[in-house]
Design a protein around this ligand. Sequence first.
Ligand code: C5P
Length: 220
Amino acid sequence: LADGPLRGRRIVVTSGPTHEPIDPVRYIANRSSGAQGTALARALAGLGAEVVFVTGPATVPPPAGVEVIRVETAQQMLAAVQAALPADAAVFAAAVADWRVANAADRKVKKDGSGRAPALDLAENPDILANVAGMGQGRPRLVVGFAAETHDVEAHARAKRARKGCDWIVANDVSPGTGIMGGTENEVTLITEDGAETWPRLTKDEVAQRLAQRIAEALA
Ligand code: C5P
């Protein structure tokens, strides 16, 4: 482990998308690359933290120097996060699927020749961030969520912070044309108990380093 201000601190980071199976060969997914979560885990480890990196099937490789726990579904991600606790902080950068397929089949679904398509029943997934933020005993001292919004970023992020019960929200504008979703840069507003700060447009690595620094200050 690196030496630094987070030496001796244990931090859980979620990252990447989740995959929600339809049957053994098909799934519902989203376009998260895992880039921001991966950069953050790397930055936290660089400041000396013991990082548990709980990742869905991301397209970018996980960083070196962290404990990597690979999961596929939201339910598996929740279980992995709970198993990784207690921790000093938890940062939820994953793009968790809001719904899973309630009637997932255990064999490949076949066309039956009738011309009718099968129906998917969706069930709401657990909100991992809200679960951890709402823990009484054993709640990490600092719980950080992300919010990808396309409009009224600050207002929605403030509301999300209150609704989820987390300490900070890192909000960004993912409108088409910003190039943020899937890109290398990010422009974020950090919402804390003290209000909102908008950072300049930075690379995702720079956002990660600033955020890691702020987490180190908060845990000091
Ligand atoms: O409600 P929304 O999906 O916009 O919230 C985003 C934040 O909540 C992110 O930090 C994300 O990782 C977290 N989240 C979660 N579990 C869910 C949905 C979102 O941890 N099921």
